[in-house]
Design a protein. Structure first.
Length: 96
């Protein structure tokens, strides 16, 4: 069984999901109010992007945990690994 998420990662992921949840509620409200389909579609795209970026962040977090644990990295190497994975997260986020 894998490691538990660190507090910082957990907070980041929860904040991202809460933001997406708010956006999704906005979409529901727009549908209930009979807003134009194009406006609803734009908001749906924002929800999808928020969920996609959350998935990328979770994947990077998993990779960081597995690499750190598998390679038995010290604090200096863990910091370098975190920086590299943050850059990868940025690059993956741009591709969406």
């Amino acid at each position: 069984m894998g490691e538990l998420l660190e507090a910082k990662a957990r907070t980041d992921l929860l904040n991202r999901l809460k933001r997406a949840e708010g956006q999704l509620r906005g979409v529901q409200r727009m549908i209930e109010e009979g807003q134009p389909c194009a406006d609803i579609a734009n908001q749906m795209a924002a929800v999808r992007k928020a969920l996609d970026s959350t998935h990328v962040r979770l994947t990077v977090c998993y990779m960081q945990q597995e690499m750190r644990d598998s390679l038995h990295l010290g604090a200096d190497a863990t910091g370098t690994l975190s920086g590299l994975l943050d850059e990868m997260q940025t690059l993956l986020g741009r591709g969406r």
